[in-house]
Design a binder for this molecule. Structure first.
Ligand code: AMP
Ligand code: GLY
Length: 424
């Protein structure tokens, strides 16, 4: 098959790395890709949200399968467009991508189909939103309805903080059109867990558990980021909990979407809150987690390509994916200053030395400048290693991190700490 991966981050590098290993893959392209992805795929400088450009490229190159990494092109309808051009595409169509593209859509779906989630209201008017907050009290959570690059959620500890969040979204338009509507919801206490399943319209196949660390600082302190590291398996995801999440959240969603006329295809990433051991849905993403995908790909033993195709054509019920018994752990190296302002274009050395330790270095934000590799993003490298336990995978990943020579970058030194404490 001729395969195109859309995106240019660490998630897409891990997808390209796994797809390139498939005997079914004859030619692999990535748009826009990055300097690391270029080792596994031929990269073309078409932006991930340039739907017209990507559809034209896929048509010209006679691509058989397009695998879409990020949410933006999915919400823009890239899958609908590729299907209309006769090209198989992994990911939901635009209407089903609303599960991530509109938090209100997601909450209404939960309401219609009895899926456990925080109680909520939807608001397009600031005064009504304020009145709801005063009536409910704090803590309370204010969310921009649309895509806001992970920044549209305020977990407000006080009523004033929640009222400020309404002002920022609706008066200051801090999230543009994404904040024209708000979802205001009940604060759920507990422990967060990510859950991933492949979905083919009717059937869902759970993937291995994975957990990320969103906070920038050690001990899960400081501002939230896209994710500073991840590990798999997730010790809190027991077989019993997996069965409960499938039965009460994932399958009712898949059936509900089909019954409502928006059959879901692709990967469904549920952000869950465990309160007293019971899972409730915080959010859906319509794509793989980044950097969770990196650890999932490191543990996947089966060929990923047939599973991706089966998600598209509705034959997932025949599948049983095999996973390594080893754990995997990835450490994100980010540019100094991230998630605030950071310098671009700084030189990275020591990548060969890091790989020589046995780890795999996925690139998240790099570009080649002749023989030199330069940082181009906030999250730049995902140093990923396996080991018989999470503690050993962690030690292996940090041994490779220490071989990277990049004075302009930093990382957390405690990725996996909760899981390592569980193992001890
Ligand atoms: P979301 O993008 O909806 O996952 O929200 C981002 C983060 O905000 C989540 O990962 C949680 O840490 C937190 N969060 C979102 N909704 C709630 C809620 N209802 N209760 C408590 N925390 C929440
Ligand atoms: N790691 C969190 C995300 O991909 O949204």
């Amino acid at each position: 098959m001729r395969i195109l991966v859309v995106g240019g981050g660490g998630r897409e590098h891990a997808l390209c790395w796994a797809i390139a290993a498939s005997p079914l893959c004859e030619a692999l392209y990535c748009a826009p890709g990055n300097a690391g992805i270029a080792q596994d795929a031929e990269c073309f400088p078409i932006a991930a949200d340039d739907v017209d450009g990507l559809v034209a490229f896929a048509t010209e190159q006679a691509i058989d399968l397009v695998v879409v990494g990020p949410e933006a092109p999915l919400v823009l309808g890239i899958v609908d467009r590729l299907e209309a051009a006769g090209i198989i595409a992994f990911g939901p169509r635009a209407d089903a991508a609303m599960l991530e593209g509109s938090k209100g859509f997601m909450k209404d779906l939960c309401d219609r189909h009895g899926i456990p989630t925080a109680s909520y209201g939807r608001f397009t008017d600031a005064e009504t939103a304020r009145a709801y907050i005063r009536e409910q009290g704090a803590p309370i959570v204010v969310k921009a309805d649309g895509l806001a690059a992970g920044k549209g959620v305020t977990v407000a500890r006080t009523v004033d903080e929640a009222l400020d969040a309404v002002d920022q979204a609706m008066n200051d338009k801090a999230f543009g059109d994404a904040g024209a509507e708000l979802v205001i919801e009940e604060f759920l206490p507990g422990e967060e867990l990510s859950f991933f399943a492949l979905v083919d319209g009717e059937t869902a196949l759970p993937l291995a558990g994975a957990q990320d660390h969103k906070a920038v600082g050690d001990g899960d302190t400081g501002p939230n980021t896209g994710g500073m590291g991840a590990y798999s398996p997730a010790p809190s995801l027991t077989p019993e909990l997996e069965a409960e999440v499938m039965g009460t959240i994932i399958l009712p969603t898949v059936r509900g979407m089909a019954a409502d006329g928006y059959p879901y295809h692709g990967v469904l990433y549920a952000g869950l809150m465990l309160d007293g051991g019971r899972p409730k849905l915080l959010e859906y993403n319509v794509r793989f987690g980044d950097p969770e995908c990196q650890v999932l790909m490191m543990r996947l033993r089966s060929d990923i390509v047939p599973a991706l195709v089966a998600s598209c054509d509705g034959t997932l019920s025949n599948f049983d994916l095999r996973w390594s018994n080893d754990a995997a752990l990835t450490v994100v190296l980010a540019a100094n200053g991230y998630p605030g302002a950071y310098q671009k274009g700084t030189e990275i050395r020591g990548l060969d030395a890091a790989a020589a330790t046995g780890a795999t270095v996925f690139h998240a934000g790099t570009a080649a400048d002749g023989e030199t590799i330069r940082a181009t993003g906030g999250r730049v490298l995902n140093v990923t290693a396996r080991g018989p336990s999470i503690a050993e995978a962690q030690a292996n990943a940090y041994a490779a991190v220490d071989a990277v020579d990049w004075p302009n970058g930093f990382c957390r030194r405690d990725i996996g700490w909760r899981a390592v404490a569980c193992e001890a």
